[in-house]
Write a protein that binds this ligand. Structure first.
Ligand code: M6R
Length: 619
């Protein structure tokens, strides 16, 4: 949450920082600001609202300077406002600072600093850091930052400039991400790689409790004790074009359409000549054989992928497996130990709750395997082993391609373990591999149906909007499924609510009769995932129960299923024929697109939905 950018070099910082912030806006977008040093003074502009408001302001009244910091905010302490926007200054306006994270002891620090005469202007926790650095400053900004850090409790990444040392840009991190972009005669700080990719592919991933001191020609990394650290420069192997919209109206749409390619890559890279390889796995076959249980922990969409993992792992590897949301796991006394394989799933690799859960599991002696998209992220680095999903940058706040990529990795891991533990006969395993390999092509086929901008799902969404208004906004969505597609019901509901703000609930269809069926009248639109499976007949009964109570049914069924048409459904969505085990990634596609088109019908900001941020680095 919140995006940080910093620049030092010979070029004007303003436009470089604005561009970097535009690549970080997915991290927060309720206000934005920049500070530069020109001559011996700090120039500062900050505005409530999206980055475009700040950009327009700076266009008419630019700020100068070849060193600067920038920020795009997701509010934690203090409402979104010009005053609470970053950068924040000290009392005398000598230093400027941007911060991502939460300072847990800020109230206590603020009180003390106020007693010492410091004047605060904002309601943020961040401002205490600026005043602390001011307090410790005696001609050496790096030392002052280091001393200030010792007083802070919480999570943070920050960037600082001081007008008396205009050739130094200082960054520091503890539990929130920060990278250094290493350029030629210029250097960069950023919360994430896309922010620097226009200028360099060489980056240093800072570790926790590290400080980076950037001049235009040099990068020095120190730990919080002030000791110099040698950090290696990593080469980014993807292009900035992957973080652009490529002609699509929204990142979300682009990312939905990338899914067949992503799945194809995952399966081709990991499954060659009949064997599966995970190069960063680290856990040996012997270790795998000794695990007595699997615990999966994740948040949001990644949690839904984890739930699907439980179905397939228990089914094929015959190992007990439970799944928890990270924020619940971390505050109970979880029964994990060295006989537990703990799998943490995270697109960003920076989700604070998942990171905390990972550390908790490690404390209990569990081996942690991460399924992660972002290379070098905190979760990837702190886990014992990691399987990267290599889905490319996911920019839209609503996660799509990361989800199906996580599913693909879970399928491969399951088949790998089933072979290792001999829990599935070789002939059946081969058939399963073969079927899994068909999924990317089937998905490509499915996506092709939705290529035209006006397609059947866009039409359903249009129908929904009309109905919604006719029913005076009383309409809402229910998503029902059974067995392996139940997590998809949760995921479909999450996608819809996060981008269209319409109430939506996912439910195991068999639970309807235990309460939720009371909601059914002519108001709700009920998405029933009724693909051919061992629970098909049960799903059909659920559809009848809904129709008997006048509910509107959208059925997701298998192509060629004639029977479903006899149940008086209102709308039909078809997915290609596939073994039910592998239906979840295919079912996910129309669910994502339906949410997308509904949000588009209502004219919402699809890539940047209200109150959300892509990477949730605060608790
Ligand atoms: O980066 P992570 O996968 O750890 O993020 C987890 C959730 O915050 C994330 O999936 C969130 O629920 C998405 N906005 C859902 O679309």
């Amino acid at each position: 949450m919140c995006g940080i950018a910093g620049y030092i070099g010979d070029r004007e910082a303003q436009d470089i920082l604005l561009k970097s912030l535009s690549r970080l806006e997915y991290r927060g977008y309720d206000s934005a600001g920049l500070a530069t040093i020109k001559g011996r003074s700090i120039q500062l502009v900050k505005k409530q609202g999206k980055l475009k408001i700040l950009s327009a302001d700076l266009k008419s009244d630019p700020i100068e300077g070849a060193i600067g910091i920038g920020h795009t905010r997701w509010a934690t302490h203090g409402i979104p406002s010009d005053i609470n926007a970053h950068p924040h200054l000290d009392c005398k306006g000598k230093l400027a600072l941007v911060h991502n994270g939460i300072i847990e002891n800020y109230l206590e620090l603020k009180e003390k600093l106020q007693k010492e005469g410091h004047k605060f202007t904002s309601q943020t926790d961040t401002e205490v850091i600026a005043h602390l650095i001011e307090k410790f400053y005696s001609g050496d900004i790096v030392e002052a930052v280091r001393k200030a850090l010792k007083k802070l409790r919480g999570s943070y990444a920050m960037a600082v400039i001081h007008k008396d040392e205009p050739a130094k840009l200082v960054g520091a991190r503890c539990d929130s991400p920060l990278i250094v972009g290493v350029g030629q005669g210029e250097n960069f700080l950023a919360s994430d790689v896309p922010a620097v990719l226009d200028h360099t592919k060489d980056v240093i991933y800072l570790n926790n409790r590290e400080i980076a001191v950037l001049t235009k020609d040099h990068v020095l990394v120190k730990d919080f004790e002030g000791r110099k650290i040698n950090r290696k420069v990593s080469k980014i192997n993807w292009d900035i074009s992957q973080a652009e919209k490529a002609g699509y109206r929204h990142f979300m749409l682009k990312e939905i359409f990338e899914q067949s390619g992503v799945l194809n890559n995952i399966l081709n890279e990991r499954y060659k000549k009949g064997s599966i390889s995970f190069e960063e796995l680290k856990i040996s076959d012997d270790e795998f054989k000794k695990f007595k249980r699997i615990a999966i922990v994740a948040c949001g969409t990644a949690y839904h992928a984890g739930l699907t993992g439980k179905y397939i792992l228990e089914d094929l590897v015959k190992i007990p497996c439970w799944v928890d949301v990270s924020s619940e796991f971390r505050y109970r006394n979880p029964l994990v130990d060295k006989e537990t394989l703990m799998i943490v799933i995270s697109q960003s690799g920076e989700t604070a709750d998942t990171l905390a859960a990972l550390r908790e599991a490690k404390r209990h002696g569990a081996k942690v395997l991460a399924i992660c998209n972002v290379l070098g992220s905190s979760i990837a680095r702190e886990s014992y082993g990691v399987i990267y999903t290599h889905a490319g940058p996911e920019i839209a706040v609503a996660s799509t391609k990361a989800y199906t990529a996580q599913l693909a990795v879970l399928y491969l891991l399951t088949l790998y373990l089933a072979r290792l533990k001999k829990t599935v006969a070789a002939s059946k395993l081969n058939a399963l591999f073969k079927e899994l390999k068909r999924v990317p092509a089937l998905m490509e086929e499915l996506l092709a149906e939705y290529k035209p901008d006006y397609n059947i799902l866009a039409a359903y969404a249009q129908g929904f909007r009309k109905y919604y208004h006719e029913k005076h906004n009383k309409t809402f969505f229910l998503y029902l499924a059974r067995n392996i597609n139940y997590p998809n019901a949760l995921e479909g509901a999450l996608k819809l609510k996060e981008i269209s703000y319409i109430s939506a609930e996912g439910y195991p269809a068999g639970e309807m009769k235990h309460g939720p069926i009371a909601l059914i009248d002519e108001n709700p639109w009920v998405v029933c995932i009724a693909v051919k499976s061992r629970t098909y007949d049960k799903m059909v009964s659920n559809i009848q129960e809904i129709k008997a109570r006048n509910g509107i049914v959208i059925a997701i069924a298998t192509e060629g299923d004639k029977e479903i048409l006899h149940h008086n459904i209102n709308y039909l969505i078809e997915i290609p024929k596939v073994d039910e085990l592998f239906s979840p990634p295919l079912v996910a596609v129309p669910l994502q697109l339906l949410a997308y088109y509904v949000a588009r019908e209502f004219g919402y900001d699809i890539d940047q939905p209200r109150n959300l941020a892509k990477s949730v680095t605060v608790e």
